[in-house]
Design a protein around this ligand. Sequence first.
Ligand code: PAF
Length: 280
Amino acid sequence: MHVFKTIEETHRYINKARGLNQTIGFVPTMGALHEGHLELMRRAKKENDLLVVSIFVNPIQFNNPTDLKKYPRVLFKDLELLKPIGCNAVFAPSVNEMYPEPVKKTFDFGSLERVMEGAFRPGHFNGVAIVVQKLFEIIAPHKAYFGEKDFQQLAIIKSLVELENIPVEIVPCDIVREKDGLAMSSRNVRLSNEERAIAPQIYKTLKEVKTKADEMDPVSIQQWGLEQLQGVNEFDVEYFQIADNQTLQPIESWPADNGVRAFVALNLGQVRLIDNIRII
Ligand code: PAF
Protein backbone atom coordinates (compact mmCIF):
# COMPACT_ATOMS: atom_id res chain seq x y z
CA MET A 1 0.00 0.00 0.00
CA HIS A 2 1.46 3.33 -1.07
CA VAL A 3 1.14 6.30 1.27
CA PHE A 4 1.55 9.64 -0.50
CA LYS A 5 1.92 12.99 1.19
CA THR A 6 2.30 15.14 -1.89
CA ILE A 7 0.10 15.91 -4.88
CA GLU A 8 3.03 15.35 -7.22
CA GLU A 9 3.73 11.74 -6.18
CA THR A 10 -0.01 10.99 -6.18
CA HIS A 11 -0.32 12.39 -9.72
CA ARG A 12 2.53 10.18 -10.87
CA TYR A 13 0.84 7.08 -9.45
CA ILE A 14 -2.58 8.00 -10.89
CA ASN A 15 -1.16 8.81 -14.34
CA LYS A 16 0.55 5.44 -14.45
CA ALA A 17 -2.66 3.62 -13.44
CA ARG A 18 -4.70 5.55 -15.98
CA GLY A 19 -2.07 4.76 -18.64
CA LEU A 20 -2.62 1.06 -17.89
CA ASN A 21 -6.41 1.56 -18.23
CA GLN A 22 -6.95 0.66 -14.58
CA THR A 23 -10.19 1.91 -13.03
CA ILE A 24 -9.91 3.92 -9.83
CA GLY A 25 -12.42 3.74 -6.98
CA PHE A 26 -11.99 6.59 -4.53
CA VAL A 27 -13.13 7.04 -0.93
CA PRO A 28 -12.42 10.49 0.51
CA THR A 29 -12.26 10.57 4.32
CA MET A 30 -11.12 12.70 7.22
CA GLY A 31 -9.64 9.63 8.90
CA ALA A 32 -10.58 8.10 12.28
CA LEU A 33 -11.84 5.24 10.14
CA HIS A 34 -14.67 3.01 11.28
CA GLU A 35 -16.67 0.13 9.84
CA GLY A 36 -18.84 2.60 7.87
CA HIS A 37 -15.77 3.82 5.95
CA LEU A 38 -14.47 0.28 5.53
CA GLU A 39 -17.76 -0.80 3.94
CA LEU A 40 -17.41 1.98 1.33
CA MET A 41 -13.86 0.84 0.69
CA ARG A 42 -14.71 -2.84 0.32
CA ARG A 43 -17.32 -1.90 -2.26
CA ALA A 44 -14.93 0.46 -4.07
CA LYS A 45 -12.28 -2.25 -4.13
CA LYS A 46 -14.75 -4.80 -5.54
CA GLU A 47 -16.02 -2.48 -8.28
CA ASN A 48 -12.67 -1.06 -9.47
CA ASP A 49 -9.12 -2.19 -10.27
CA LEU A 50 -7.62 0.14 -7.67
CA LEU A 51 -8.81 1.56 -4.37
CA VAL A 52 -7.48 4.99 -3.46
CA VAL A 53 -8.36 6.58 -0.10
CA SER A 54 -7.68 10.11 1.06
CA ILE A 55 -7.23 11.04 4.71
CA PHE A 56 -7.38 14.76 5.28
CA VAL A 57 -9.06 16.71 8.07
CA ASN A 58 -10.22 19.62 5.97
CA PRO A 59 -10.02 22.77 8.11
CA ILE A 60 -12.14 24.92 5.79
CA GLN A 61 -15.27 22.80 6.26
CA PHE A 62 -15.34 23.29 10.04
CA ASN A 63 -17.39 26.25 11.19
CA ASN A 64 -16.60 25.43 14.82
CA PRO A 65 -12.88 25.73 15.79
CA THR A 66 -13.32 23.42 18.83
CA ASP A 67 -14.81 20.72 16.61
CA LEU A 68 -11.78 21.02 14.28
CA LYS A 69 -9.35 20.88 17.19
CA LYS A 70 -11.03 17.85 18.75
CA TYR A 71 -11.53 15.93 15.51
CA PRO A 72 -9.76 12.56 16.07
CA ARG A 73 -6.47 12.19 14.15
CA VAL A 74 -5.11 8.63 14.19
CA LEU A 75 -3.24 8.17 10.91
CA PHE A 76 -1.16 5.14 11.91
CA LYS A 77 -4.20 3.26 13.22
CA ASP A 78 -6.10 4.18 10.02
CA LEU A 79 -3.30 2.83 7.83
CA GLU A 80 -3.40 -0.49 9.73
CA LEU A 81 -7.15 -0.76 9.04
CA LEU A 82 -6.64 -0.04 5.34
CA LYS A 83 -4.10 -2.79 4.65
CA PRO A 84 -6.48 -5.79 5.02
CA ILE A 85 -9.04 -4.04 2.76
CA GLY A 86 -6.48 -4.20 -0.05
CA CYS A 87 -6.23 -0.43 -0.36
CA ASN A 88 -3.72 0.38 -3.11
CA ALA A 89 -2.87 3.97 -2.25
CA VAL A 90 -3.54 6.51 0.47
CA PHE A 91 -3.28 10.24 -0.08
CA ALA A 92 -2.67 11.91 3.29
CA PRO A 93 -1.54 15.48 2.61
CA SER A 94 -0.76 18.30 5.04
CA VAL A 95 -2.94 21.41 5.17
CA ASN A 96 -0.14 23.32 3.47
CA GLU A 97 0.04 20.81 0.62
CA MET A 98 -3.70 21.18 -0.04
CA TYR A 99 -3.94 24.92 0.59
CA PRO A 100 -0.58 26.63 -0.02
CA GLU A 101 -2.65 29.78 -0.37
CA PRO A 102 -6.09 30.64 1.03
CA VAL A 103 -8.89 29.42 -1.25
CA LYS A 104 -11.46 32.00 -2.22
CA LYS A 105 -13.86 30.05 -4.43
CA THR A 106 -17.57 30.32 -3.61
CA PHE A 107 -20.08 27.81 -4.95
CA ASP A 108 -23.79 28.38 -5.30
CA PHE A 109 -25.81 25.26 -4.56
CA GLY A 110 -29.06 27.22 -4.32
CA SER A 111 -31.76 25.99 -1.96
CA LEU A 112 -29.82 22.74 -1.32
CA GLU A 113 -27.34 24.58 0.89
CA ARG A 114 -29.86 26.78 2.67
CA VAL A 115 -31.50 24.04 4.75
CA MET A 116 -30.43 21.78 7.63
CA GLU A 117 -26.60 21.38 7.71
CA GLY A 118 -26.23 24.33 5.34
CA ALA A 119 -28.32 26.57 7.59
CA PHE A 120 -26.74 25.41 10.86
CA ARG A 121 -23.12 25.22 9.65
CA PRO A 122 -22.45 28.34 7.55
CA GLY A 123 -19.65 27.81 5.02
CA HIS A 124 -19.51 24.06 5.69
CA PHE A 125 -20.63 22.88 2.27
CA ASN A 126 -18.48 25.42 0.46
CA GLY A 127 -15.48 23.97 2.30
CA VAL A 128 -16.57 20.42 1.46
CA ALA A 129 -17.06 21.30 -2.22
CA ILE A 130 -13.64 22.98 -2.45
CA VAL A 131 -11.79 20.01 -0.99
CA VAL A 132 -13.77 17.37 -2.89
CA GLN A 133 -13.24 19.15 -6.21
CA LYS A 134 -9.53 19.38 -5.47
CA LEU A 135 -9.35 15.71 -4.45
CA PHE A 136 -11.20 14.71 -7.65
CA GLU A 137 -8.63 16.69 -9.67
CA ILE A 138 -5.74 14.95 -7.91
CA ILE A 139 -7.12 11.38 -7.85
CA ALA A 140 -9.14 11.51 -11.11
CA PRO A 141 -11.34 8.61 -9.95
CA HIS A 142 -13.81 6.73 -12.15
CA LYS A 143 -16.12 6.24 -9.17
CA ALA A 144 -16.29 7.96 -5.76
CA TYR A 145 -18.13 6.49 -2.78
CA PHE A 146 -20.06 8.46 -0.16
CA GLY A 147 -22.18 7.30 2.78
CA GLU A 148 -25.82 8.32 3.10
CA LYS A 149 -25.38 9.35 6.73
CA ASP A 150 -24.22 12.67 5.28
CA PHE A 151 -27.16 12.68 2.90
CA GLN A 152 -27.12 16.42 2.27
CA GLN A 153 -23.37 16.31 1.60
CA LEU A 154 -24.05 13.60 -0.98
CA ALA A 155 -26.65 15.84 -2.68
CA ILE A 156 -24.18 18.76 -2.67
CA ILE A 157 -21.45 16.58 -4.20
CA LYS A 158 -23.79 15.33 -6.95
CA SER A 159 -24.63 18.96 -7.65
CA LEU A 160 -20.91 19.91 -7.64
CA VAL A 161 -20.14 17.19 -10.19
CA GLU A 162 -22.92 18.47 -12.43
CA LEU A 163 -22.05 22.17 -12.04
CA GLU A 164 -18.34 21.62 -12.69
CA ASN A 165 -18.73 18.82 -15.26
CA ILE A 166 -16.47 16.47 -13.32
CA PRO A 167 -16.16 13.07 -15.05
CA VAL A 168 -16.78 10.84 -12.03
CA GLU A 169 -19.62 8.56 -11.00
CA ILE A 170 -20.89 9.26 -7.49
CA VAL A 171 -21.90 6.06 -5.69
CA PRO A 172 -24.19 6.52 -2.67
CA CYS A 173 -23.83 3.82 0.01
CA ASP A 174 -26.22 2.78 2.81
CA ILE A 175 -25.69 4.02 6.36
CA VAL A 176 -23.74 1.52 8.46
CA ARG A 177 -25.01 1.23 12.03
CA GLU A 178 -23.79 -0.19 15.32
CA LYS A 179 -25.78 -3.19 16.63
CA ASP A 180 -27.92 -0.83 18.73
CA GLY A 181 -28.73 1.35 15.71
CA LEU A 182 -26.38 4.30 16.26
CA ALA A 183 -25.09 5.48 12.87
CA MET A 184 -21.33 4.95 12.67
CA SER A 185 -19.36 8.19 12.85
CA SER A 186 -15.80 9.20 13.63
CA ARG A 187 -17.29 11.45 16.31
CA ASN A 188 -18.82 8.53 18.27
CA VAL A 189 -15.49 7.82 20.03
CA ARG A 190 -15.84 11.19 21.76
CA LEU A 191 -19.08 10.16 23.52
CA SER A 192 -18.80 9.29 27.22
CA ASN A 193 -20.16 5.86 28.27
CA GLU A 194 -23.35 7.50 29.52
CA GLU A 195 -23.81 9.48 26.29
CA ARG A 196 -23.06 6.41 24.19
CA ALA A 197 -25.85 4.55 26.01
CA ILE A 198 -28.36 7.32 25.20
CA ALA A 199 -27.30 7.93 21.57
CA PRO A 200 -29.29 4.97 20.06
CA GLN A 201 -32.48 6.89 20.98
CA ILE A 202 -31.87 8.87 17.79
CA TYR A 203 -32.35 5.91 15.46
CA LYS A 204 -35.12 4.51 17.64
CA THR A 205 -37.05 7.76 17.12
CA LEU A 206 -36.33 7.77 13.38
CA LYS A 207 -37.70 4.22 13.07
CA GLU A 208 -40.85 5.19 14.99
CA VAL A 209 -41.30 8.22 12.74
CA LYS A 210 -41.15 5.92 9.72
CA THR A 211 -43.97 3.74 11.04
CA LYS A 212 -46.22 6.82 11.42
CA ALA A 213 -46.14 7.82 7.74
CA ASP A 214 -49.35 5.88 7.00
CA GLU A 215 -51.44 7.61 9.62
CA MET A 216 -50.03 11.17 9.93
CA ASP A 217 -49.16 14.10 7.64
CA PRO A 218 -45.51 15.25 7.40
CA VAL A 219 -46.02 18.37 9.53
CA SER A 220 -47.55 16.40 12.42
CA ILE A 221 -44.88 13.70 12.21
CA GLN A 222 -42.19 16.36 12.26
CA GLN A 223 -43.68 17.88 15.38
CA TRP A 224 -44.04 14.44 17.00
CA GLY A 225 -40.44 13.44 16.19
CA LEU A 226 -39.08 16.75 17.43
CA GLU A 227 -40.93 16.37 20.73
CA GLN A 228 -39.64 12.82 21.19
CA LEU A 229 -36.04 13.96 20.72
CA GLN A 230 -36.47 17.08 22.85
CA GLY A 231 -37.92 14.81 25.55
CA VAL A 232 -34.47 13.24 26.01
CA ASN A 233 -32.79 15.63 28.48
CA GLU A 234 -29.28 15.04 27.18
CA PHE A 235 -30.21 15.90 23.57
CA ASP A 236 -29.78 19.48 22.42
CA VAL A 237 -31.69 19.24 19.14
CA GLU A 238 -30.65 21.54 16.27
CA TYR A 239 -33.24 20.34 13.80
CA PHE A 240 -35.59 17.51 13.04
CA GLN A 241 -36.83 17.86 9.49
CA ILE A 242 -39.11 15.89 7.19
CA ALA A 243 -37.90 16.72 3.68
CA ASP A 244 -38.06 15.76 0.03
CA ASN A 245 -35.47 13.10 -0.79
CA GLN A 246 -34.13 15.03 -3.79
CA THR A 247 -34.61 18.75 -3.19
CA LEU A 248 -34.16 18.36 0.60
CA GLN A 249 -36.77 21.07 1.07
CA PRO A 250 -39.33 20.73 3.89
CA ILE A 251 -42.67 19.25 2.81
CA GLU A 252 -46.19 19.79 4.08
CA SER A 253 -47.94 16.93 2.28
CA TRP A 254 -46.77 13.56 0.99
CA PRO A 255 -45.42 13.96 -2.58
CA ALA A 256 -46.80 11.80 -5.39
CA ASP A 257 -43.50 10.50 -6.78
CA ASN A 258 -40.36 11.71 -4.91
CA GLY A 259 -39.25 9.93 -1.76
CA VAL A 260 -39.20 11.53 1.68
CA ARG A 261 -36.64 11.40 4.48
CA ALA A 262 -36.46 12.44 8.11
CA PHE A 263 -33.25 14.25 9.08
CA VAL A 264 -31.88 15.03 12.51
CA ALA A 265 -28.92 16.92 13.98
CA LEU A 266 -28.33 17.25 17.69
CA ASN A 267 -25.62 17.77 20.27
CA LEU A 268 -25.06 15.12 22.87
CA GLY A 269 -22.60 16.56 25.39
CA GLN A 270 -19.79 18.01 23.29
CA VAL A 271 -20.53 15.82 20.27
CA ARG A 272 -22.68 16.79 17.28
CA LEU A 273 -24.47 13.82 15.72
CA ILE A 274 -26.53 13.58 12.53
CA ASP A 275 -28.69 10.81 11.13
CA ASN A 276 -31.52 10.26 8.66
CA ILE A 277 -33.98 7.63 7.47
CA ARG A 278 -36.00 7.12 4.31
CA ILE A 279 -39.68 7.34 5.24
CA ILE A 280 -41.39 6.70 1.91
O1 PAF B 1 -17.53 13.16 4.77
C1 PAF B 1 -16.35 13.49 5.03
O2 PAF B 1 -15.62 12.79 5.71
C2 PAF B 1 -15.82 14.79 4.49
O3 PAF B 1 -16.81 15.77 4.45
C3 PAF B 1 -15.15 14.66 3.11
C4 PAF B 1 -16.13 14.21 2.04
C5 PAF B 1 -14.00 13.65 3.19
C6 PAF B 1 -14.56 16.00 2.68
O4 PAF B 1 -13.63 16.48 3.58
